[in-house]
Design a protein around this ligand. Sequence first.
Ligand code: 1GP
Length: 250
Amino acid sequence: MVGAVERQLQVLLTGGPLHFTLIDPEKSPGPRAAAIARAAAGAGSHAILLGGSTGISPEGMGAAAREIRAAVPLPTIIFPEGPGSLTGEAHAVLFMSMLNSRNLGLVIRTHARAAPVVRQLGLEAIPMGYLVIAPGMRVGEVGEADLVGREEVERAQGFALAAEMLGMRFVYLEAGSGAPAPVPAPMVRAVRSVLSIPLVVGGGIRSGAEAAQLLSAGAQILVTGTITEEEGVGSGFRSILAEVQRARRG
Ligand code: 1GP
């Protein structure tokens, strides 16, 4: 069943592409997370994702989600690292399968353990296929990803289409947090061309120019994390948001 947060995102997507701000509660605990969220919302970001580090606790996640929800009216969505990321303080969780992991736990087995907890917490689950593209960075290593090469466009299309056929309602192409370059625009364009569900792109987006390339290739949701952890909501972040707003107007 499509929940309230997902419906809200669907409505927003009818107006053009969106931007999500990823905040890591380990690097930016409670009050700092809220400050980043406030600034990001002020700059026009559409949702807050909470996640990132390994070893996050439900308490840390809960405190950050609580403070963010008190600070901004945006959807606050868990971008889980594992069951330890779950807290009922958030609005929703990206219930995602790492499609190209060699570890079955990250494909489906952890989900079987987490699903009853998600239900018990009353969290909205947003089903998503998550595909790690080279270089993959830390999530590629920890996630034991069988990385999709940057030129392996048809392989990426196959995974994405399989996710849609399995009933997942979003596909996320991830280059890895802090990647030296984002997912290549030709791959984004090719994947988008076979999908009818929204395409999320993240990892290594640091400039308006990169955002513009990805948006014109058909990315519907851009995710950035490192830029705000390192620079706060500065000119780089604002230039990315300006491109998203331009695409929404255009
Ligand atoms: C990581 O795609 C997100 O999962 C964001 O990446 O930290 O490089 O912005 P960055």
